[in-house]
Design a protein around this ligand. Structure first.
Ligand SMILES: [Zn+2]
Length: 175
C-alpha cells in the first residue's frame, strides 16, 4: 500500500519506465555475452567501459559477488561470472559453468596482449576452493598470470557478504 501511495506521486515517464522494467522481468534477465554480468545490451557497462582494465579479469561465482566487489570501488579490471560453483552432489559440474567461455575469452585477449592477470575470486569455502583449483588447472596451459584473493576472507565466508574493507584487503593482497 505504501509503495502504491508513493508511486502515485511519480512523474508519468518514471512510471512508464518502471512498468516496462517490471514487464521485462518476465523474459528473465539478459546477460553480457563477454562476462555474463546482467546487461541491457550485448555487453555490460563494465565490459564496454574504456576506464576499465580489460586485461585484469576477476572470476566470480555469481553476479551478486561482482556487485559486492564493485561496491568497494577498489577493482578497476573486468569480471567473468561463472554462474555458480562446482558441486557434483548437486549436479553442478564444470561444464555447467562458464569456464570454456573464460578460456575462449583469454585466448582472444592473448591475441592483443600477453600481459593478462586472472584473479580467481571464488568463495573461501569447499565449493569455491574446488572451483578455484579446477580453473587453475584449466588455465595453466594458457600461461596467464593467476592470482587468488588473499585470506582476508575467512574460510567459510562468502564474497557476496564480505564487508568492503575485508574485500579491499583481499584484493590488495592477492597472491
Ligand atoms: Zn560484461
Amino acid at each position: 500500500m505504501r509503495l502504491v501511495l508513493a508511486m502515485v506521486e511519480w512523474p508519468k515517464n518514471e512510471l512508464d519506465e518502471f512498468s516496462q522494467s517490471v514487464s521485462a522481468l518476465k523474459d528473465g534477465p539478459t546477460f553480457c555475452e563477454e562476462c555474463f554480468n546482467f546487461a541491457d545490451t550485448e555487453k555490460c557497462a563494465i565490459c564496454t567501459s574504456v576506464k576499465r582494465d580489460q586485461t585484469r579479469i576477476a572470476v566470480v561465482e555469481k553476479v551478486t559477488d561482482l556487485q559486492s566487489m564493485e561496491k568497494t570501488g577498489a577493482f578497476n579490471g573486468v569480471y567473468h561470472v561463472l554462474g555458480g560453483h562446482i558441486n557434483p552432489a548437486n549436479g553442478s559440474l564444470p561444464q555447467n559453468l562458464k569456464i570454456k567461455e573464460l578460456e575462449f575469452r583469454i585466448r582472444e585477449l592473448q591475441k592483443l596482449t600477453p600481459d593478462i592477470e586472472v584473479i580467481i575470486a571464488t568463495n573461501p569455502n569447499t565449493y569455491g576452493e574446488t572451483t578455484a583449483l579446477y580453473i587453475e588447472e584449466e588455465l595453466k596451459p594458457l600461461g596467464v598470470k593467476l592470482t587468488r584473493l588473499a585470506r582476508g576472507l575467512s574460510v567459510g565466508s562468502s564474497v557476496e557478504y564480505a564487508d568492503e574493507i575485508t574485500l579491499v584487503n583481499a584484493l590488495k593482497h592477492r597472491h
